[in-house]
Design a protein around this ligand. Sequence first.
Ligand SMILES: [Fe+2]
Length: 549
Amino acid sequence: MGKVLGVNAVFHDPAAALVVDGETVAAAEEERFTRRKHGKAPVAFSTWELPEQAIAFCLAEAGLEPDELDAVAYSYDPELAPPDGGDVTEREWEGLRTLYVRRAPRFLRASLPGLDASKVRWVAHHVAHAASATFASGMDPCDVLVVDGRGERASHLAGSFAAGALEILAAQPLPHSLGLLYEELTAHLGFRRSSDEYKVMAMASYGDPSTLDELRRLIRTDGRGGFTVAPIDLARLAAPLAPGDPFTRAHADLAASVQRRLEEVLLELAGWLHRQTGNRELALAGGVALNCVANTRLWRDGPYERIWVQPAAGDAGTALGAAMHVANEFGDVVRPLRTAALGRGWDDADLEHRLRTAAIAYDRPADVAATVAEALARNEVVAWFQGRSEYGPRALGHRSLLADPRAAANLERLNDVKGREQFRPVAPMVLAERAGELFDGPVPSPFMLFTHGVRAGWAERIPAVVHVDGTARIQTVDRGDEPLVARMLERFEALTGVPVVVNTSLNTAGRPMVDDPRDALECFGSAPVDLLAIGPFAVRRAAFAEAAA
Ligand SMILES: [Fe+2]
C-alpha cells in the first residue's frame, strides 16, 4: 500500500497527482494556480521549476505531509536522456535539462521540507504516458499507443498491457516525431508551439489536403511499428505567418494536409500494433492524443472496437501516469479514473464567504440547475462553476461557459466573450443516453476527445455547435457521475425541446481555465457573461452592476 505523488516538470504543462493505495485522490496542473498558461516556458532552463502549488494542493487534499509519502514518481528518466558529452550547452541545452532532472530530488526536498529525497523515482516519460492511459482506462488487457513531441530519446511508444504489466513492442527514436512536426506547423502558422496545436486542427477543417501526396513521401511508417519524418520545408508549401496574421487558403490546405497525413500514419501504427496483439481495445496518450479529429479517424477506420483517451493526454497526464506506474510496482491495485474532476473544490460555505468578501449581490435559487437552464433558454451566457476543477485541457461541466446551441450567433458571441479567434469551434454537452440520437461517433465520450457527425435533422437545430465540416466535439454526461449537469440538461430540454447545451472552457483568451472562486469572479467581472452559477449560488449581471455602482 503506497502513497505516491506524481510530478511532471520537464517539458511543459507541469502538474502533480496523488495516488493513495491505488486510488487517484487528486490531480492538477500548475497553471490553474499560478495563472500562467501551460505553467512555464517550454525550454530546458525551466526544467528545475516544480509544480509546487499543485503538489501542495494534492498533499493537502489527502491531509498528507511530505514525510508521509512512500514515493515521488517523476515522469522522466535521466538515465535514458541523450548523452551531453560534458557540455550542457549542446543541442539546445539538452544536457542542462538532464542535469536539472538529476537534481530534481534536491529541488523537491527544498520545496517539500521533510521529504526523503531517496524516495524520488524516475519513470520513463512514455512509460508514464502509457500508464496514464492503461491503468486509468480500466481496460486490461489492451494495447496502448503514446504519440507526442518527445520523451527522453523517443517520440512514440506502442505496447501491449495485461495484468498490470506493459510490454513495449515499438518505440520510435528521435529526431522522427509526429508531435514535433505538428508543433513546427503550429509555429509556422503563427501560433504558440506546444500550446496552440488544437488551433491548427481547427484550421485544417477549412482546407483541402492539397499536398497530401508529397507528405506521404516524407512521412512514412516503417513496417516495424515506427515511422520516419523527413525534413519538410513548410515555407515552400505556405509562407510563414506572424502571430495574428490572417490565414489564407494555402495555410488551411497545409494544415489539412499535415492533419490528414497524421491520421493516416496513426492508422498505420495502430494497424501494426493490432496485428501484433489481436487486442480489441486501445488506450491513447501523449499530446497527439488530444487531436480529437485523428482519434475519431482511428476509431472509425482503425482495427479497435474501443478507444479510450486519457483526459490529460498531454504531458500534464504523466504526473498521474508516473504515480500509477509506481503504485503498481508497490503492488497496489490501481483503480481506473472515473472522472477528470480531480482538482480544487469548495464547499457551499466557502463559496458564500467568497461572494460576501467580494461584496457582490447573489442569491440562492431553489435549484441552480433549473435557474441556469432557464437563463440559457432566454439566450443568456452562463459561467458554470461547480465541484472540483478538471484535470486536462477540457472544460467538462465543472468550469464551463454555457450557452444556447439553437442560436448560430452564439458561436461568435462566445468567441467574443473569450476574446479568441472566430474560427474556433465550441462544443455540445449531451446526456450519454441521448447522444446516439443526435450524434454519430464513439459514445460515451466523457472527455471531449472525439468528434462526432451530427445526425440529419439536428444540425439545423443546434447550429452553434456544428463545426464548418459538419462535426461536433461532444461531451457525453453520465447521469450518475454528474447529476447536477444532467439536471440542467434535462431542464433545458423541457424548456426548449433540445437536449444539448453549448459548453466551452471558462476562461478568456490566453489564460488558463478558471480554477478558484476568485478566478470565476474576475472572469465574470471582465467578460459579458449574464449569469455566474457558482455552487448553489447565482450572481447576475444586472445585480453585479448595481453592486459595483
Ligand atoms: Fe509527452
